[in-house]
Design a binder for this molecule. Structure first.
Ligand code: ZN
Ligand code: ZN
Length: 348
């Protein structure tokens, strides 16, 4: 089959790889219809995350049709259109049972193979899905492939970010980073009742999108967000800050924006080894800091009815749809934010 594979620093290739096959009786093979390129795919691409084997099939966002199932797979059937979170889920460990599915004890991240161990990703004609019965979910008739694709990561992550920020209707909130996840955090905060959400970025097209999603855009290159938020909140700062970037600078902004007693909710993938603020700063702010990978398996089906009813728009962040064969160019386009590229969907 064909796939987009990791080839080194800022290098992915469209190449022929071995077809995925059933390796355990709980596996399924999914024929991919659409696959997303995610901001977090750029971490190994830039080698900010190290240890990814050359030849690893990239990507953890995919929707497709079940082509084959192992002998012990009972819920998922051949022919089902399915969506998938970015990690596998057993459905029965402590973490799965409390809804923290992203920390499943048998969770494996799609698109990560290191020292020969791990799981290939979904930017390919097909993908092997372990623990298929509890990892995959059937896509309802009223959801498009692209909506389901967004629910498997971007929309779930944005919603999780907003829920962690403890949204109240009369609170004042800030979203740092207006990429697809940030836009979804704005939408989720609005859906949860927030009336004042400020969205911070420097890319004007992204800020316009945030505006359409219901936020007040702030371009940090021309306006000081800390000043703006403090002014809006009688000098206090934001009740909740949603950080959807994952850098030292964005973490630093979050701590400066939040009011004493407020919440900083972080879903941007961090790869640094030190916090951007000190324990003393946290103490002096009575800070609540919530961070980590979204339990997408627990969120995607819960959010599906909101998407089906049109209350939560998730697919308008997709800016580019390209054949899988053009995936390497699409990575460059996305990485360099050329051509207003916010989200790429690959079509095998
Ligand atoms: Zn993703
Ligand atoms: Zn589990």
């Amino acid at each position: 089959m064909k796939a987009i594979t990791f080839a080194g620093f800022r290098d992915v290739e469209f190449e022929t790889v071995e077809d995925p096959r059933i390796e355990a009786p709980t596996d399924a093979i999914v024929e991919v219809a659409v696959a997303g390129i995610c901001g977090s795919d750029l971490h190994p691409y830039h080698e900010r995350e190290e240890g990814l084997d050359f030849g690893t099939v990239m990507g953890h966002e995919f929707v497709g049709r079940v082509a084959e199932v192992g002998a012990d797979v009972t819920r998922v059937k051949v022919g089902d259109v399915v969506y998938c979170p970015f990690t596998t889920n057993c459905g029965e460990c402590h973490y799965c049972s409390v809804g923290l599915t992203s920390r499943c004890t048998r969770g494996q991240l799609f698109g990560w193979v290191g020292m020969g161990e791990g799981l290939h990703g979904g930017q390919a004609d097909g993908v092997r899905v372990p623990l298929a019965d509890t990892t995959l979910a059937r896509v309802g008739d009223n959801l498009t492939h692209e909506q389901a694709l967004m629910l498997g990561d971007v929309a779930a992550t944005g919603y999780f970010c907003a829920e962690q920020a403890d949204i109240k209707p009369d609170g004042i909130y800030a979203v740092i980073g207006c990429g697809p996840v940030g836009i979804m955090a704005v939408r989720a905060a609005r859906h949860l009742g927030a009336e004042m959400v400020y969205a911070i970025d420097s890319v004007s097209e992204r800020l316009e999108m945030a505006g359409r999603a219901g936020a007040v855009p702030i371009n940090y290159e021309s306006e000081d967000p800390v000043l703006a938020l403090h002014e809006a909140a009688d000098g206090r700062g934001a009740d909740g800050v949603m950080e959807a970037v994952g850098s030292f600078g964005s973490a630093r902004s979050a701590i400066e924006l939040v009011r004493p007693g407020g919440v900083v909710s972080v879903v941007g993938v961090h790869t640094e080894t030190e916090f951007a603020f000190s324990p003393a700063e946290a103490y002096d702010k009575n800070l609540t800091y919530k961070v980590g990978r979204c339990p997408a398996r627990a969120y995607m089906q819960r959010l599906a009815p909101f998407v089906e009813s049109g209350d939560l728009v998730v697919d308008d962040v997709i800016s580019h749809r390209v054949p899988l064969a053009d995936g390497a160019d699409a990575y460059r386009l996305f990485d360099e934010k050329r051509d207003n590229c916010t989200k790429v969907v690959l079509k095998p």
